[in-house]
Design a protein around this ligand. Structure first.
Ligand SMILES: [Zn+2]
Length: 476
C-alpha cells in the first residue's frame, strides 16, 4: 500500500483548506480522498496572478469521497464548484455541519453571483471585458452538492471506502466542527491519519473543549495562532459590558459589532443574554442585522446538545440563550436601511467580521464619522481587509466609494477567537505520544505561525515535523 498527501490549500496560508490523500492498494487500485474543499479568501486571492479558486490542482471527477471538518467557508466554500466540475461521491460531515453548509453555501453562491454581476457592470462601464466570464458557482449549483452529504456523528466509526474507516471527534471550534480520523487498512498494515481541522479554545463559552483523540501515525495540525497567546479571558462579560456602557450609556452613541454570522454572532449574543438575565445590561435595542446570522442562530437552537454541560443546564432556566428583551433580528434589507435613521443609543451586530462584505459596511459608512459611536472588533481581520485597516489606526477609509473619517472609538476583544492559541494547541496534542507519531504536518497558518508552532512542538518531543507546501506530494 502506498499513501501520499498533497495539500492544495491552507498550506502556508490560512484559507483554501484542501488536502488530498491518494491511497494505492496492493491490487493497483487507487482511491482519492479529499479532506475539506475550502475557498481562498483575502490576500491569498488578491496576490495570485490567477484566482486560485478557479483551479483545484486535481481532477474533481477523480475524487472518490470528501470529508469535511466544519462549515466555515475557507473549509467548505468550493464544494458547489467541485460538484459542478464532476465530483459525485459522498461528502461526509457531522449533522450540524451539514445544516450550516446548507445556508452558508447558498449565501456564498448569492455573493458569487452578485460580485460577478457587479464586475461585469463595472467592466462594461469602462468598455473593458470582465475578469472572468462566469461566477465561481451559482445558487443552482448548491442543491446538487447538498444532496451528496452523508451525516456521521461524533465517535461513530464508519467505513467510507473499502478498507477506510472514518470517525469524528469534537474540535470545539464552531457548532459541528470535527477533527477527522481515518484508519486505512489494506490487510497488510493499518495507517492512522488524523486531521485536526480548526481547533477551538479551552475557554469557549458555548462549546465544549476540543476532545482528545486516539493515537495517530500521521497528523495534520492547524497552526493559525501557532506563535501567539490569547489574552486572559476571565472577565469577558465585564469587558463587553464596559464597552456597552461607555458607548451606549455615557456617550449615548451606537455600538457597531462586526461579527461572523456563524459562531461569533451567537457567542456575543450569548454574553449579552447572560448580562440581560443578570439585570446588568442597559435597556437599549440590540439589532442582529444579518439574514445568515438569523438562520445560523436558528440552527444553533436545533443543536443545543452540542453545547458544553453548563450551557445545557442553563437552557433549563432560559430556553433561548440568543435573545432577550430588546433584541430584534433584522432580515429584510428595508428594515436594515431604517436602522440608519434610528436616533439614540443601540447595538448593531452585523456581518462580515472582517468588514469586507455584508451589511456592516453600510453601518460603518454611517456611524464611523461620529466620535460618540464605537466599533468593537471581536474577530481576526486578515491583512488587506477593511477591518484590518481600521484596526491598524487608519484616519479615514473608503467605503462604497465614499471617504469616511474614522472618529468613532475603535475597540477590540480577543476573547471571542474561535481558534486555539499556541499553548492550547500544545495542550490539545498531549493526547498524542510524540514517539509513536511518525509524521506531523503543519497546515493552516502563515509562515511565522507555522514556524513558531514547529519550534514549540520540537521542544515537546515531536519529531519529523513538516510545514506542508502547496502542491508538494508527501509519501506517508
Ligand atoms: Zn474555521
Amino acid at each position: 500500500m502506498a499513501i501520499t498527501l498533497t495539500s492544495h490549500g491552507a498550506a502556508g496560508t490560512v484559507t483554501g483548506s484542501k488536502h488530498l490523500l491518494e491511497i494505492t492498494h496492493r491490487d493497483g487500485t487507487t482511491r482519492r480522498l479529499l479532506l475539506d474543499c475550502g475557498m481562498f479568501q483575502g490576500e491569498a486571492v488578491y496576490d495570485a496572478k490567477h484566482d486560485p479558486n478557479r483551479r483545484f490542482g486535481f481532477d474533481p471527477s477523480s475524487i472518490d469521497a470528501l470529508v469535511l471538518s466544519h462549515a466555515h467557508i475557507d473549509h467548505s466554500g468550493l464544494i458547489p464548484r467541485l460538484v459542478a466540475e464532476g465530483f459525485g461521491g459522498p461528502i461526509y460531515s457531522t449533522p450540524a455541519t451539514k445544516d450550516l453548509c446548507s445556508i452558508m453555501l447558498a449565501d456564498s453562491a448569492h455573493i458569487q453571483e452578485y460580485d460577478h454581476a457587479y464586475d461585469v457592470k463595472r467592466a462594461r462601464k469602462r468598455g473593458e471585458a470582465p475578469d472572468e466570464d462566469s461566477p465561481l458557482y451559482t445558487v443552482a449549483d448548491v442543491e446538487p452538492a447538498m444532496d451528496l452529504f452523508v451525516e456521521v456523528g461524533y465517535g461513530n466509526p464508519t467505513e467510507i471506502l473499502p478498507g477506510i474507516k472514518l470517525s469524528f471527534t469534537d474540535a470545539g471550534h464552531i457548532l459541528g466542527s470535527a477533527a477527522v480520523h481515518l484508519s486505512i487498512d489494506d490487510g497488510e498494515r493499518t495507517l492512522r491519519v488524523s486531521f485536526t481541522g480548526d481547533v477551538g479554545r479551552y475557554v469557549d463559552r458555548l462549546l465544549p473543549e476540543p476532545e482528545p483523540f486516539g493515537q495517530a501515525d500521521v497528523l495534520l495540525c492547524e497552526s493559525t495562532y501557532g506563535d501567539r497567546d490569547h489574552a486572559a479571558i476571565a472577565e469577558a462579560e465585564e469587558e463587553l459590558l464596559r464597552y456597552v456602557t461607555d458607548i451606549c450609556v455615557t456617550n449615548k452613541g451606537k455600538l457597531i459589532i462586526p461579527a461572523f454570522s456563524i459562531g461569533k454572532t451567537q457567542e456575543v449574543l450569548y454574553t449579552l443574554n447572560a448580562l440581560s438575565n443578570n439585570g446588568k445590561l442597559p435597556r437599549i435595542p440590540v439589532f442582529i442585522d444579518s439574514p445568515l446570522a438569523i438562520s445560523a442562530t436558528m440552527i444553533s437552537r436545533l443543536h443545543t446538545h452540542l453545547y458544553r454541560e453548563e450551557v445545557r443546564a442553563e437552557l433549563l432556566r432560559d430556553p433561548d440563550l440568543f435573545s432577550f428583551p430588546g433584541t430584534e433580528f433584522v432580515r429584510s434589507a428595508d428594515r436594515s436601511k431604517q436602522l440608519n435613521a434610528i436616533e439614540g443609543p443601540c447595538i448593531i451586530i452585523a456581518a462580515s467580521g472582517m468588514m469586507e462584505a455584508g451589511r456592516v459596511r453600510h453601518h460603518l459608512r454611517n456611524e464611523l464619522g461620529d466620535p460618540a459611536n464605537g466599533l468593537l472588533a471581536v474577530g481576526f481581520c486578515a491583512p488587506g481587509t477593511l477591518g484590518a485597516r481600521i484596526l491598524d489606526g487608519a484616519e479615514e477609509v473608503k467605503i462604497f466609494g465614499d471617504t469616511i473619517p474614522v472618529k468613532a472609538r475603535i475597540m477590540r476583544m480577543a476573547f471571542y477567537s474561535a481558534h486555539a492559541d499556541r499553548n492550547e494547541l500544545v495542550r490539545y496534542l498531549t493526547c498524542q505520544d510524540p514517539k509513536k507519531l511518525e509524521k506531523l504536518f503543519l497546515v493552516h497558518g502563515v509562515d511565522h505561525s507555522l514556524e513558531g508552532l514547529r519550534d514549540l512542538l520540537a521542544t515537546k518531543g515531536f519529531k519529523n515535523i513538516s510545514i506542508a507546501r502547496k502542491g508538494m506530494r508527501y509519501k506517508l
